[in-house]
Design a protein around this ligand. Structure first.
Ligand SMILES: NC(=O)c1ccc[n+]([C@@H]2O[C@H](COP(=O)([O-])OP(=O)(O)OC[C@H]3O[C@@H](n4cnc5c(N)ncnc54)[C@H](O)[C@@H]3O)[C@@H](O)[C@H]2O)c1
Length: 312
């Protein structure tokens, strides 16, 4: 059976389209002449993405159109409005990419209720709402036309397959996205052969993710000064993200290829899967969790020393 083809006439909805992966999905979509519905909570970045895609679509002359909507994916009614906009302009989307996400680090007992609400609101509930409001639209379109194909991509992380220390809420949210994606895959296969799902698990790729706090809503900010563990997590994440060797544009290409091939697991750094294997062997063998820094002990030593010095 054929799968979704990313060509003119295909409609794609992208959340978090103003920056990083989302912006690269939009750029690649515009290059292919797709109809695009772009959503982001940061309006200046969203407006710039829409303007850039509009210009590329006009220049490409393949007929695709682009619309943007300010949408906070953690808010159910805003994701519903996004689905309504898509249906009004283009009908059910062939592809939904639940990409919007934020990162926050620090020792797990130091996360505040607001930290959890922010990270789980965007990373977990954002995907929940996307699945809730778009899947049925796709299933209805598929039921009306045997040739119709749909695909949902959820952006998780290698943090959804590992549990690196000092980033608890993020790990929890991304494990939940992997779980939701595997369940979505299985549930879809119970009811249709026309709509499929994938999960993207990137390792470190240069984007704006280490500056996620720029879009943290006022109501979920805390006045407290960052703790030492949070400052260390911020510094480590900035270093890891900005020195990533695989680009966001390359990642977007991997995702487009996976959609067309109907491949479920999408990895930017397959060489990092050895750590996943070790974790799963720990689980199966009932072994205590392996030191995540076993391969790079100097980093583990530095982190432990920094945290213990900060306490002293
Ligand atoms: N870059 C990496 O190394 C990496 C690794 C693993 C997973 N990821 C995941 O990739 C996804 C995309 O992030 P990115 O790396 O491109 O970062 P990014 O910060 O460049 O882009 C994220 C986009 O999401 C938007 N956003 C934030 N909160 C939102 C909300 N409530 N509603 C709607 N939009 C919101 C931001 O404005 C931004 O445009 C995230 O889910 C992230 O967790 C990134």
């Amino acid at each position: 059976m054929s799968h979704v083809q990313l060509k003119p006439g295909t409609t794609m909805v992208i959340t978090g389209a103003g920056s990083g992966f989302g912006l690269e999905f939009a750029r690649l979509g515009a290059q292919r002449g797709l109809n695009l519905v772009l959503a982001d909570v940061q309006t200046d970045a969203l407006d710039a993405a829409v303007a850039e895609c509009k210009a590329a679509l006009v220049a490409g002359g393949q007929g695709g159109k682009v619309y943007g909507l300010r949408c906070d994916v953690s808010r159910r009614e805003e994701v519903k409005a996004l689905a309504n906009l898509c249906v009004e302009r283009f009908g059910a989307p062939h592809v939904l990419i639940n990409n919007a996400g934020v990162a926050h680090g620090g020792l797990i007992w130091e996360h505040t209720t607001r930290d959890w609400a922010w990270v789980l609101g965007v990373n977990l509930m954002g995907v929940v709402h996307g699945i809730r409001y778009f899947t049925q639209l796709m299933l209805d379109a598929a039921a009306q036309d045997a040739a119709w194909r749909g695909h949902i991509v959820n952006v998780a992380s290698m943090a959804g397959l590992l549990n690196s220390p000092n980033m608890g809420a993020y790990n929890v949210s991304k494990h939940a996205v992997v779980s939701m994606s595997e369940t979505l895959y299985q549930d879809l296969s119970l009811v249709t052969d026309q709509v499929h799902a994938s999960v993207l698990c990137p390792y470190f790729v240069p984007t704006g993710i280490h500056q996620s706090h720029r879009n943290r809503p006022e109501s979920l900010r805390t006045d407290a000064k960052p703790t030492p563990s949070q400052m260390i997590a911020q510094a480590m994440s900035t270093k890891a993200v900005t020195s990533g060797k695989v680009s966001a544009a390359e990642t977007a290409q991997l995702v487009f290829d996976a959609i067309e091939a109907n491949r479920f697991y999408i990895y930017t750094h397959p060489q990092a899967l050895g750590m996943v294997q070790t974790r799963l062997e720990d689980v199966v063998m009932g072994r205590n969790p392996t030191d995540p820094f076993a391969g790079k002990p100097e980093i583990g030593q530095q982190l432990r020393a920094a945290l213990r010095d900060a306490k002293a």
